[in-house]
Design a protein around this ligand. Structure first.
Ligand code: FES
Length: 162
C-alpha cells in the first residue's frame, strides 16, 4: 500500500475514535474539529461526512464551519510553518527580497507545503515586532533583522526553529 494511503487510514482511525466521543452533540462541532486537527495536524477531507453523520449535521454545515475558521485546515501542513512578514515595516526594509530567498531555499510558493511535510510557507500582514524588521517566523520562533546570509543559515540547517 502507498505511504500516503497508509497515512490517510491512520488519520481516519484517529478521526473515528474522536468522533465516537462526541456522537450526537451538535454543539461539539468546533471542539471536535480542533481535536482532530491537533491529532492529525489537519482535518482530512474524507472525515467530513463521518463527522456530519456522528453529530447529526449536513456535510455542508461541517464544511462551512471549517471554511469560516482560517485556523482550521483540510490539507496537511508542514511540521515547521514558515511565515514571512509582508507588512509595511518589513517591506521597506527588504521583506520582498527575504520572501524571494525563502521561496528559493524551500522551493515553495506561498501556501505550499513541501512533499516531505517538513515546511509550509505562508506570508502574514504583520507579526507585531516591526522594530526587528524584516522578520520571519519559523515554527513559532521569530527571526528578526533578516538578511540574505541569515536566510541561508536558517534553511541550511535542519535544526531550524527547534
Ligand atoms: S510589518 Fe513586519 S512585523 Fe510588523
Amino acid at each position: 500500500m502507498h505511504r500516503e494511503e497508509i497515512a490517510k487510514e491512520a488519520d481516519l482511525a484517529q478521526v473515528n475514535e474522536l468522533v465516537a466521543e462526541y456522537s450526537q452533540q451538535k454543539w461539539a462541532l468546533i471542539p471536535l474539529l480542533q481535536e482532530i486537527q491537533n491529532e492529525c495536524g489537519y482535518i482530512p477531507p474524507q472525515s467530513i461526512p463521518i463527522i456530519a453523520i456522528a453529530l447529526g449535521l449536513f456535510p455542508s454545515q461541517v464544511q462551512g464551519v471549517i471554511s469560516f475558521y482560517t485556523q482550521l485546515y483540510t490539507q496537511p501542513r508542514g511540521r515547521k510553518v514558515v511565515r514571512v512578514c509582508r507588512g509595511t515595516a518589513c517591506h521597506v526594509r527588504g521583506g520582498k527580497t527575504i520572501l524571494k530567498l525563502v521561496k528559493q531555499h524551500l522551493d515553495l510558493e506561498e501556501g505550499e507545503t513541501s512533499p516531505d511535510l517538513e515546511y509550509t510557507l505562508e506570508t502574514v500582514a504583520c507579526i507585531g515586532v516591526c522594530a526587528l524588521a524584516p522578520n520571519i517566523v519559523v515554527a513559532e520562533h521569530v527571526h528578526g533583522h533578516m538578511n540574505p546570509k541569515k536566510v541561508e543559515q536558517l534553511f541550511k540547517s535542519q535544526e531550524v526553529g527547534g
